[in-house]
Design a protein around this ligand. Structure first.
Ligand code: 5U1
Length: 680
């Protein structure tokens, strides 16, 4: 038993750690200006977890440790919104925006130039209401029908940019903050990359992924999804004053710990709103998140009150939507394209149609399954969708408009580029060209990938130029790039002396890179940027990667059996070893990387999981153990430190017993994770 003064000291330590962590969360998530490195932050969190583990009676719901999720619910309960959550009227063109402004002018009897508008991107996510009492988050709810939503408090708690406790002390006693929960594009891509590696179903777009993540009854799943929250208004407010303009309210919310959109702006008059819309439209694809329009709000709260509401939407706000992203057109033909890894993709050639601000004449049809799912034939009338900067997709077929001469889509038996036989690999939906580097299409795609921005980033070497260089026989592999001469380049189309010299300089510059970029640039199947980074973090150098065995690779975060197989296959091919050697001889280099692991609590400990687990699935158990620094491998060997055996464990259990390896059950695993602050 600790005496009172010692307990008081622990309480003070816990309080100080929580204050510090809340403050750094605020700097990181709300202001995007972290002031300490990640390891320092992890240290603070770890210290707090340790103290809370020793003193569970001191754990509170607003503690920053409480973001890992909790026991699954049976159902979500209902929540009534005291102040209804409104929707927004839409404008689809400048005229509709001017009409909105005209209605405001007529009601308020003022000049256009007297109206100040707040402009902000409309995030494509899920609307949320967060209720704070005394600065503590007590409820998170969906919009539902605007009056009644679902209580998803457990889920919103897991989102790092949702403050569990407000900053400062000037906030109202009761404050309901409204905003959008969304999944940034990069997080979405990473989530789907992992799902693809695990042969799981992919999410269609970031919005669906965010919605699916929030709808989880098990908040531990939500905790693993890369969600963010951005505040855009308030609902119920009691016991405190707010500023008298929308923009100033947003700044107040930012001061209390919320992320607000960086693009918000205050403008005068509706023409400036149009200018803002054009500017943001150009920036849209470069934003880290999807937006589907721009919201314009009368900035003065006093004027907002005078204008009031009509039905469920305020008269003082409008969402100007980006041009329609779906259109109707005709499928004229289907051609087959060969990708970097030999996958043959059917590409729809369409009657050109204007959609989402551009003319579209091609759309991907993905694979045979997709064609069957759509039931599409050449000659059909189809609906296409263009979302952000992704390749347009065929969404559905208008069967009523199918012409009599519509023809089924036939898949080729031979590669359309090199005529090698097409193979259909068991378990894969795709068909592949078996030509490998004999196939010019695969060579071209491999080179395009190698020079691309996220790989070796060779400025000035676009797709067309790569094709010309390959077609003219100047290059046959990536290693030939660094042997290119000025005289070979200047004879290419649209290539003068100056651009040739620039390109040679860019190639030279690209030789100094990072190991992660180089690994990504090699184009190993299923090795995306994130996987390449993971490989580097765990292995440190290229030699270790080239020699890594099945067990080593599978113990790495993000690396499952499929990608392991591709990595081993890639490095076992002599042609690839030769190509890497040639690149290094030509001067491709990178700085050494320090393997990061040593200060994690389970660093150096190797686990194997077997049998069925109950409280958490195998993937979750693997992720938790890896996050604590342990390696998790698929098979038991002398190097294994511990076997986690659930019911129905078989040969791995027998082998672990024979080798005298520690064996624990799931309950003991949960307890072990708990001692390191992972509460299941
Ligand atoms: N950016 C932004 N999105 N959004 C959605 N502001 C905004 N305001 C909304 C909605 C539904 O409603 C207002 C009426 C508060």
């Amino acid at each position: 038993m600790l005496d009172r003064s010692k307990l008081l000291l622990v309480e003070q330590q816990i309080q100080k750690l929580r204050d510090d962590i809340h403050h750094h969360n605020y700097l990181y998530y709300a202001l995007d200006t972290p002031q300490i490195p990640d390891v320092e932050y992890d240290r603070l969190l770890c210290a707090l977890q340790t103290l809370e583990k020793e003193h569970p009676e001191l754990v509170t719901a607003d503690s920053p440790t409480q973001r890992v999720g909790s026991q699954p619910l049976d159902v979500f309960s209902q929540v009534t919104h005291i102040v209804p959550m409104l929707s927004l009227d839409n404008a689809f063109n400048d005229n509709e925006l001017y009409e909105f402004n005209r209605r405001i002018i007529d009601r308020l009897h003022i000049e256009d130039q007297q109206i100040e508008y707040a402009c902000e991107p409309k995030l494509d996510g899920i609307a949320i209401s967060l209720l704070y009492r005394g600065g503590i988050l007590v409820q998170g709810a969906t919009r539902g029908d605007g009056t009644t939503g679902e209580d998803i408090t457990q889920n919103v708690r897991t989102i790092p940019s949702v403050p569990l406790r407000l900053q400062g002390d000037s906030y109202p006693l009761i404050l309901e903050v409204r905003g959008e929960i969304y999944m940034p594009k990069a997080g979405f891509q990473q989530l789907n990359e992992t799902a693809r590696n695990n042969n799981e179903k992919l999410f269609v777009n970031p919005r669906n992924a965010a919605a699916g993540s929030l709808r989880q009854l098990d908040s531990r799943i939500t905790a693993q999804r890369p969600l963010e929250m951005c505040a855009y208004s308030v609902g119920q407010v009691e016991g405190g004053e707010l500023p008298d303009s929308h923009i100033d309210i947003l700044y107040a919310l930012s001061g209390w710990g919320f992320r607000i959109n960086k693009e918000i702006a205050k403008v005068i008059g509706i023409h400036s709103c149009c200018d803002y819309f054009k500017k943001l439209s150009e920036k849209r694809d470069a934003l880290a998140y999807d937006i589907d329009g721009i919201v314009f709000k009368v900035n003065s709260l006093h004027l907002q009150q005078t204008l009031g509401f009509i039905s469920r939407a305020p008269r003082w706000a409008i969402a100007m939507k980006f041009p329609a992203q779906e259109e109707i057109t005709q499928l004229q033909d289907v051609e087959f394209q060969v990708g970097r890894t030999g996958v043959i993709t059917p590409v729809a050639r369409l009657q050109p149609v204007f959609v989402g601000g551009v003319t579209v004449s091609n759309a991907t049809l993905h694979n045979r399954d997709e064609i069957e799912r759509l039931g599409v034939m050449v000659g059909d009338t189809v609906i296409i969708r263009r979302a952000g900067d992704v390749i347009p997709q065929i969404v559905s077929v208008v069967e009523a408009k199918r012409p009599d001469n519509a023809t089924p889509i036939e898949f080729p038996q031979q590669c359309p580029v090199c005529a090698s036989p097409v193979v259909h690999i068991e378990g894969e939906t795709a068909i592949r060209c078996s030509g490998g580097l004999v196939c010019v299409a695969q060579v071209k795609e491999a080179i395009k990938h190698y020079v691309s921005r996220k790989a070796m980033d060779v400025d000035g070497l676009g797709e067309k130029l790569v094709e010309q260089l390959v077609d003219s026989g100047c290059i046959q592999s990536v290693a030939d790039l660094y042997d290119l001469k000025q005289e070979q380049l200047i004879v290419m189309e649209r290539m003068g002396e100056k651009s040739a010299a620039n390109l040679l300089r860019a190639l030279e510059r690209s030789k100094t890179t990072t190991l992660a970029r180089f690994i990504y640039a090699l184009g190993i199947r299923e090795v995306g940027e994130a996987t390449a980074r993971s490989l580097v973090q765990h292995l440190g150098n290229l030699e270790a990667l080239m020699q890594a065995d099945n067990e080593t690779l599978q113990s790495i975060n993000d690396v499952g059996p499929v990608v392991t197989k591709f990595i081993i296959e890639f490095f076992s091919q002599e042609s690839n070893q030769g190509m890497i050697q040639r690149l290094r001889d030509q001067g491709v280099n990178w700085p050494d990387v320090e393997v990061q692991k040593a200060d994690l609590p389970l660093a150096g400990v190797s686990y194997v999981l077997t049998g069925s687990l109950d409280a958490l699935n195998r993937d979750q158990a693997k992720q938790y153990l890896q996050a604590l620094g342990a390696t998790v491998t698929a098979s038991v060997s002398k190097k294994t430190s511990c076997l986690v055996a659930g019911p129905k464990a078989g040969s791995k259990l027998v082998k672990a017993e024979q080798l005298g390896i520690d064996i624990i059950n799931e309950e003991q695993l949960v307890e072990l994770l708990g001692t390191h602050g992972v509460n299941i």
